[in-house]
Design a protein around this ligand. Structure first.
Ligand SMILES: NC(=O)C1=CN([C@@H]2O[C@H](COP(=O)(O)OP(=O)(O)OC[C@H]3O[C@@H](n4cnc5c(N)ncnc54)[C@H](OP(=O)(O)O)[C@@H]3O)[C@@H](O)[C@H]2O)C=CC1
Ligand SMILES: O=C/C=C/c1ccc(O)c(O)c1
Ligand SMILES: [Zn+2]
Ligand SMILES: [Zn+2]
Length: 365
């Protein structure tokens, strides 16, 4: 296993330091193992987590780092024990590419909560190699973590479902928030948030977008189908909406006060934190005690839930709202994402970007 002769050379776009700037990077991936699926990357979405990781917001980034965890590709080779996928299948890969398979979380098929989970990039695989993500020509991934993209979903449309989509679907399901008629709030209308509006609306909820500005009001109401729109700095509108929501899906990626949003929740309402924020958030205890409210969090979703949300989107006719860009635009896209200038997810057309040819012309690693 792992002989140099059988390693595959891959071109990706990597961050080299905490500037988070990506540039071509050539590396090798492991020999195809018995349960491995070799995937030619077609499209990869850009999640705000890619910024957190590339810019070392959490203090644990290792470089060179090829980000990207909303990956859709075509199977080009499978190991001899692979039963789940075949050459030619269109498949998806998300945030997790390994787990222990023995702990309580793994046995319950919620492997995203395994303490030995392996991240699709900025981690170390079982063979000691760094993992590298989807802004690359190829990924080699254990079949367990590869999902089939159902017919009826365009590959570029499917990419954001593999993180943003499942990240909102999982807590709604887990916390019993799927019944029609519930009143939900989506705080932060970005990549994750816009899927929150779509998934919650498809479940039959009354959906209020809570945004930092009024810039997205018309699109949210007219195109995404939101029922109401609150600007968080509008104190009168926030006061009028007090005690009205069963849940809030909080996708804000920076520090923010919780109390204005806790006030919007009804008795037993749930505030679900999804944003990755490396600073303490605070609130006074009566804000939760007096309405028996919960503040909780949720981390992506399981492989099973990824398959479920893909099917849910096909069944309900849901699509993500994306801007497709080429790999050479990725740094502008990351900058625009960071300054809240995208409706609502960038997806990189990796296969259409000739990244191998571009790397041959670029300065070497
Ligand atoms: N828990 C999990 O498993 C997952 C967590 N995440 C995390 O969720 C967060 C959101 O991800 P994603 O949707 O991709 O991010 P986006 O940047 O696409 O969306 C974030 C939204 O938050 C609002 N916002 C408020 N303040 C800011 C600010 N200062 N800078 C940027 N946005 C702001 C904006 O909405 P508006 O204009 O409406 O105010 C913005 O569109 C990130 O922290 C990401 O790491 C992502 C995926 C999975
Ligand atoms: O985008 C997917 C990953 C999100 C994420 C959530 C929590 C955390 O600590 C991370 O490092 C990433
Ligand atoms: Zn993500
Ligand atoms: Zn485990």
């Amino acid at each position: 296993m792992g002989s140099l002769a059988s390693e595959r050379t891959v071109v990706g776009w990597a961050a080299r330091d905490a500037t988070g700037h990506l540039s071509p990077y050539t590396y090798t991936v492991r020999q195809t193992g018995s349960e491995d699926v070799v995937v030619k990357v077609l499209y990869c979405g850009i999640c705000h987590t890619d910024i957190h990781q590339a810019k070392n917001h959490l203090g644990a980034s290792k470089y060179p780092m090829v980000p990207g965890h909303e990956v859709v590709g075509e199977v080009v080779e499978v190991g001899p024990e692979v039963t789940k996928h075949s050459v030619g299948d269109v498949v998806g890969i998300g945030v997790i590419v390994g787990c222990c398979r023995e702990c309580r979380s793994c046995k319950a098929n919620i492997e995203q909560y395994c303490n030995k989970r392996i991240w699709s990039y900025n981690d170390v695989y079982t063979d000691g190699r760094p993992t590298q993500g989807g802004f690359a020509s190829t990924m080699v991934v254990d079949q367990k973590f590869v999902v089939k993209i159902p017919a009826g979903l365009a590959p570029e449309q499917a990419a954001p479902l593999l993180c943003a989509g499942v990240t909102v679907y999982s807590p709604l399901k887990h916390f019993g928030l799927t019944a029609p008629g519930l009143r939900g709030g989506i705080l932060g209308l970005g990549g994750v948030g816009h899927m929150g509006v779509k998934v919650a609306k498809a479940m039959g909820h009354h959906v209020t977008v809570i945004s930092s500005s009024s810039k997205k009001r018309a699109e949210a109401m007219d195109h995404l189908g939101a029922d109401a729109y609150l600007v968080s700095s509008d104190a009168d509108a926030m006061a009028a909406a007090a005690d009205s929501l069963d849940y809030i899906i909080d996708t804000v990626p920076v520090h923010h006060p919780l109390e204005p949003y806790l006030a919007l929740l009804k008795l037993d309402g749930k505030h679900v934190l999804l944003g990755v924020i490396g600073e303490p958030l605070s609130f006074v205890s009566p804000m939760v005690m007096l309405g028996r409210k919960s503040i909780t969090g949720s981390f992506i979703g399981s492989v099973d839930e990824a398959e479920e949300v893909l099917k849910f989107c096909v069944d309900k006719g849901l699509t993500s709202q994306i801007e497709v860009v080429k790999m050479g635009y990725v740094n502008e896209a990351l900058e625009r994402l960071e300054r809240n200038d995208v409706r609502y997810r960038f997806v990189v057309d990796v296969a259409g970007s000739n990244i191998e040819e571009a790397a041959a012309e670029a300065p070497s690693n």
